[in-house]
Design a protein around this ligand. Structure first.
Ligand code: IMP
Ligand code: MG
Length: 176
């Protein structure tokens, strides 16, 4: 099958916004002492690499790999499974979850719930993209890079069938 990829958000625009988000986060967390960025793999690896360099206050970084699967064939709700856990103990820390994209909100909601059980001081969510029209559960990210329409996107870390993560822009993919 042939795919068509159209630029939705150009590289320069991503760069500008990520810089801005880093400044905002630095400002909000300047009084905190134990800040930990938690990147969700694989999708967030490029976003977190750029974002952490625009955060001007001291922080640590860790990663978690999760996969989502359907609860049962009769349900649309998905559950998440930790494929590779964090290395760090998050007790008492101020956690910022770094996610590439929020669609239904299910993944992020489940992960937040799971991490809360480990008693961090706080958890906030920073996502690059948010598909605003598709929310079936209420989840508000603390920081959103861009609200986008309900379309499938690739690039800047995000994949379609594990490909296109290397594109420097965010593209809308369709087949013809
Ligand atoms: P949610 O649980 O429905 O919010 O889906 C979020 C997860 O699905 C993200 O972490 C992505 O891995 C994946 N995802 C959702 N939409 C897209 C997309 O347009 N492109 C690539 N991955 C996506
Ligand atoms: Mg993801």
């Amino acid at each position: 099958m042939k795919y068509n990829i159209e630029v939705l958000i150009p590289q320069k625009e991503i760069y500008r916004r990520v810089l801005e988000m880093g400044k905002t986060i630095s400002d909000c967390y300047k009084s905190k002492k134990k800040i930990l960025l938690v990147g969700i793999l694989k999708g967030s690896f490029i976003f977190i690499a750029d974002l952490c360099r625009s955060i001007t206050i001291k922080h640590e970084i860790d990663f978690i790999t999760i996969s989502s699967y359907r609860n049962s064939t009769f349900s649309n709700k998905k559950n998440i499974r930790i494929v590779q856990d964090l290395e760090q103990n998050i007790f008492g820390k101020d956690i910022i979850i770094i996610e590439d994209i929020i669609d239904s909100g299910n993944t992020i909601k489940k992960l937040k719930h799971l991490l809360f059980k480990r008693k961090p001081n706080s958890i906030s969510i920073c996502c690059l993209l948010n598909k605003k029209e598709t929310k079936d559960i209420s989840i508000e990210a603390n920081w959103i890079g861009f609200n986008i329409p309900n379309t499938f996107v690739v690039g800047y870390g995000m994949d379609y069938g594990q490909k296109y993560r290397n594109l420097p822009f965010i593209g809308k993919i369709s087949h013809f």
